[in-house]
Design a protein around this ligand. Structure first.
Ligand SMILES: *[C@@H]1O[C@H](CO)[C@@H](O)[C@H](O)[C@H]1NC(C)=O
Length: 520
């Protein structure tokens, strides 16, 4: 026998031992999950849309901890709140990395975007954002958010609900862009706003598994030269950098230089040149779609489950009355409205399967009386869509804000939500996002009866069919409802008049609403 066949036999023997080892030993402690094909694993089961629904079904079937194999990538699904907190919060030292989307690496080789990376840039991004959120918690941005919600309300009054979905996008984007760059977008037609929204759309697309061929087949990226994905990435990167350079310059030394914006705050911190436009880009991109999605979801809930609205409006009328609009000062007196915000985030979360974490060391976890091994490099999803609809939530599919309140109508203590993620990867903009949702929702409830449209659907020739199943949502990473009509009818002529008057009298100058802090 020559040496080649000897080594072949040796190699085969090793392979067999390896397979036995894998099946017999490590597989025994692998979390449960569907059997897959050789090599491909469960890859062919991945749906093109509504990944969250696939994940949720598996969580329900296997009981809150599931393992999958996507062609060699180990995927762990967590559909249980306690377990998600155990792994992603208590053990955050091991569970806080992010898997790298191959396309993102083409587009951002230095990995400055802190949503997708670990290490120094992520740390810096969190530190800067945490500093800004101290100001948000203290109320720095509330006057601005109040103004934007009032603009939204007047525009809904003017149009009666025509183009209302765009209006939710406008108000979400304008709140964030004003706070970040002093870029106020009262009409929705501002060219910079359009460019920001286009870039967000492109980014969400390219980060998704089906967005680019190299996301599915990463090894292709070894081919050198001007390949199409590389050209697209470079072009997109240049376009974004140009946009955010303009916006940062505007805020730091241009038109908005006198305002207390997040861009000026970042500029005053010690950081490597060039990073801040990327950090700010990430922050605004992450906030715009998610907030708009939640506001659109709230309106859908008003149309499909109108029974809770009377109670919300009764609370609002008792606290605020009919002669002025809500402000942030009313927030502590309005537990039911708070519950509506929470229920919006629970009922149809904007990001239903969360953003993936990557595990950086082998770990053993005990769950429901058994021990499971989670391998280093596993990709972990805390599946919001499963967690927020598990058996601890009675009639989980109903929109029912009362679930957050006790018998006395006060908020139950111990509120926890998976909607903003977990641990070191929890959404750093949460305090801002919650305020954006609260003020817009409070204002809409104070001003309007939101009703279904009786218009005939031009596509079917029948009245529009409302629903909240998957088919009525986009099914992408952020999961907004598909276009549907809604009528925004003022609760009375007096309510409409009060809104108009408040608009005439309110402060509209961003220089006053975002005053430069003393000592700068
Ligand atoms: C989640 O896991 C914990 C700990 O194992 C368990 O006590 C709890 O009942 C689980 N929740 C659900 C909804 O199954």
């Amino acid at each position: 026998m020559d040496s080649i066949s000897l080594s072949t036999i040796g190699f085969s023997a090793l392979a067999v031992i390896g397979v036995i080892y894998t099946l017999g030993f490590s597989d025994r402690r692998r979390p449960p999950g569907p059997r897959g094909l050789p090599l491909l694993g469960n890859l062919l089961d991945i749906p093109g849309k509504h990944l969250a629904t696939y994940f949720r079904q598996l969580c329900e079937e296997y009981g809150g901890l599931v393992s999958l194999n996507f062609a060699g990538f180990r995927i762990i699904l967590v559909g249980n709140m306690t377990l998600a907190r155990e792994l992603l919060e208590k053990r955050s030292a091991k569970f806080s990395s992010r898997p790298i989307v191959p396309y993102a690496l083409c587009y951002d080789p230095e990995q400055i975007y802190w949503t997708s990376v670990t290490g120094r840039n992520h740390f810096l991004g969190r530190k800067l954002t945490a500093g800004i959120m101290v100001g948000v918690r203290a109320g720095d941005t509330e006057l601005l958010q109040q103004l934007e919600a009032l603009i939204c309300t007047t525009r809904l009054l003017d149009g009666g609900g025509k183009d209302w979905m765009r209006e939710m996008e406008r108000t979400s984007a304008s709140m964030i862009l004003s706070a970040t760059f002093g870029l106020h977008c009262p009409t929705g037609d501002e060219p910079e706003l359009k460019e920001v929204l286009d870039c967000v759309t492109e980014l969400v697309q390219l980060a998704s598994p089906s967005g680019s061929i190299i996301n599915a087949l990463p090894f292709l990226d070894m081919i050198p030269g001007p390949m199409p994905w590389r050209k697209r990435a470079t072009a997109f990167r240049q376009r974004e950098d140009a946009l955010y350079d303009r916006l940062v310059t505007r805020a730091v030394s241009g038109e908005a230089a006198g305002m207390n914006t997040w861009a000026t705050e970042f500029a005053s911190q010690d950081k490597p040149e060039g990073d801040q436009r990327k950090l700010l880009n990430t922050m605004s991109s992450a906030g715009i779609e998610t907030t708009a999605t939640s506001l659109q979801t709230f309106v859908l809930a008003c149309l499909l489950f109108p029974q809770w609205i009377a109670r919300a409006q009764k609370e609002i009328d008792a606290v605020i009355g009919k002669d002025r609009i809500p402000t942030f000062k009313d927030r502590p007196q309005l537990p039911y409205v708070e519950a509506v915000v929470r229920e919006t985030l629970r009922w149809r979360p904007a990001v239903r399967f969360g953003l993936p974490h990557e595990c950086t060391a082998d770990d053993v976890v005990e769950y429901q009386g058994k021990e499971y091994l989670i391998h280093k490099d596993s990709i972990v999803f805390a599946v919001t869509w499963a967690i927020e609809h598990d058996k601890t939530h009675e009639d989980a599919d109903d929109f029912s804000p009362g679930r957050f309140l006790d018998e006395k109508g006060q908020l139950r203590p111990g509120y926890e939500s998976s909607a903003f993620g977990f641990g070191r990867r929890v959404c750093p903009g949460q305090p801002f996002a919650e305020r954006s949702l609260w003020i817009n929702i409070a204002m809409m409830l104070w001003t309007f009866d939101i009703r279904k449209s009786t218009e005939v659907d031009v596509q079917t020739g029948m009245p529009f069919e409302y629903g909240c199943q998957d088919a009525q949502f986009s099914g992408a990473l952020t999961n907004p409802p598909l276009e549907f009509p809604a009528v925004f009818h003022p609760r009375s002529a007096h309510h409409a008049e009060v809104v108009r008057q408040e608009w005439v009298n309110c402060e509209k100058d961003l220089n006053v609403l975002l005053p430069q802090r003393k000592g700068r």
